[in-house]
Design a protein around this ligand. Sequence first.
Ligand SMILES: CC(=O)N[C@@H]([C@@H](O)[C@H](O)[C@H](O)CO)[C@@H](O)CC(=O)C(=O)O
Length: 303
Amino acid sequence: MSIAKFQGIIPAFYACYDDKGDISEARTYELCDYLHGKGVQGVYVGGSSGECIYQSLEERKAVLGHVARRLQGKMTLIAHVGAPSTRDSVELAKHAADLGYDALSAIPPIYFKLPDSAVYRYWSEIIDSTPLPFIIYNIPQTTGYTLTTSLFRKLLENPKVIGVKNSSMPVLDIERFKNAGGDEVIVFNGPDEQFVAGRIMGAGAGIGGTYSAMPELFLQADKLVRNGRFAEAGAIQSDINDIIIALCSLDGSMYAGIKEVLRRRGVNVGGVRSPLEDISGEDAARIDAIVRQIDEAAVKHGA
Ligand SMILES: CC(=O)N[C@@H]([C@@H](O)[C@H](O)[C@H](O)CO)[C@@H](O)CC(=O)C(=O)O
């Protein structure tokens, strides 16, 4: 299995709702077209940024279908199929395979604290349910489960496992997973705040929740890393971090803030689903400033 098609900038796709808060096919297409126009290499559909844990199985299937219909053949499509039960995850996995996705991915099982043996079985049953390549999703800060390098090695014995999307904060984890996997395995940088560091330490690509707000900056940082221009890439990262910190300082959730940034760019993907909080009246001026920050950084870095 070649990992070439998984390299580059892969935004975590946002949940797109209509004004009543239902999944919107038209708005999903809008976001697809916007990201395609920006030249990103792929999308990661139905993950944290996709608000997967607040959607029913049928809604998640619908989103996977809308994105596949709009973007198939235009970029790499990765379906996040993690759900509380193995049964639901397998159902989503089969659906994504039928739709022609390029790869599957899943968080570990959430809520109950399970032993490694159960987590291994959960991931293995998803992997065995389709012929698609599989990307493990390690995000301990939200799932409470930390992938160890020994379980990673064991999962890699299955040739369908092509890598890990690592969202834990230490860049060391990226280096350790890459060290364990070698050339055939791809590690995806998860924390956008350290994209450049992650790429330098072994990540072959990035999957991120803030990429949609500023795809130009991440595409430019990625290009600079590929060309060995690390100081310039680091300078972009610094401006990206100012923007992410501003997004995380809103009254509303970061996701609501990014959706508002997108709306200012002419892409209306609706709001966020409760219990995520929408932006407040005071956030409006802060978002104006964030949009300016993004535009200025793009000019400054020739992005
Ligand atoms: C906890 C979390 O949401 N992490 C994000 C980051 O992209 C994150 O939004 C960013 O680094 C800002 O903190 C991603 O790793 C998750 C992600 O890409 C997804 O599945 O949507």
